[in-house]
Design a protein. Structure first.
Ligand SMILES: Cc1cc2nc3c(=O)[nH]c(=O)nc-3n(C[C@H](O)[C@H](O)[C@H](O)COP(=O)(O)O)c2cc1C
Length: 184
């Protein structure tokens, strides 16, 4: 890849949820994406990332767990119902968690490292022609999702990632210019 191809790839990555739900993303590809994540910068080499992959019917279990947590906290019925099935919108869902650190600062830096890792995954997906979508855990459902994933208690769900083959071209998107202050 030449430098221009790299910068084009960064711009080509767009949030894209319109996917062919019937077309499988094979497990070797998912493993490759998770491996890309673990090469992100990681202060104190804490290896803070944990991954759980949901395909097939397991996607429904993930949605049910999140929806039950939302229902328990009194969320609106329509929102809860939508959550029950929302992970069926992609053939593969990867939940990426960030483990708690030994101090507040380390926990924060763990989360930063995991977020950087997720960007590696999204760029890797784009390079393979896959559509991707980074979502947060629904409010109040962090522990419920972590528990379905088998993550240790206190793990922060940094992303619930949707991956699949795109069913249409993504919106090219617009960005304001980078705000840069130069010092000399
Ligand atoms: C930490 C994080 C959490 C996000 N959570 C959600 C989410 O819950 N729902 C959603 O629609 N998009 C979510 N997004 C995606 C952003 O909305 C998206 O990146 C933004 O609209 C810019 O679009 P682009 O990715 O195509 O550049 C999240 C992004 C990040 C970085």
């Amino acid at each position: 890849m030449n430098p221009q191809e790299f910068f084009d790839l960064v711009r080509a990555r767009r949030t894209q949820l319109v996917m062919d739900v019937e077309k499988v993303v094979d497990s070797a590809t998912i493993e490759q994406l998770c491996t890309a994540a673990i090469w992100a910068p990681n202060h104190q080499l804490t290896w803070p990332w944990v991954f759980a992959v949901f395909t097939g019917e397991s996607r429904r279990r993930l949605g049910e767990a999140a929806a039950d947590a939302m229902q328990a906290r009194g969320d609106a019925e329509m929102k809860v119902a939508k959550t029950r099935t929302k992970y069926l919108r992609a053939p593969a869902i990867v939940v990426v968690g960030s483990l708690p650190g030994e101090s507040e600062l380390q926990t924060e830096e763990n989360r930063d490292a995991v977020a950087a890792g997720i960007q590696n995954m999204l760029l890797g997906a784009t390079s393979l022609g896959l559509a991707s979508f980074w979502s947060s855990a629904p409010k109040g459902a962090n522990e419920a999702i972590g528990s379905v994933c088998g993550f240790p208690s206190g793990t922060h769900i940094t992303g619930v990632l949707y991956f699949g083959w795109p069913a249409r071209d993504p919106n090219p998107g617009e960005r304001p210019p980078a705000a840069i202050t130069w010092f000399d």
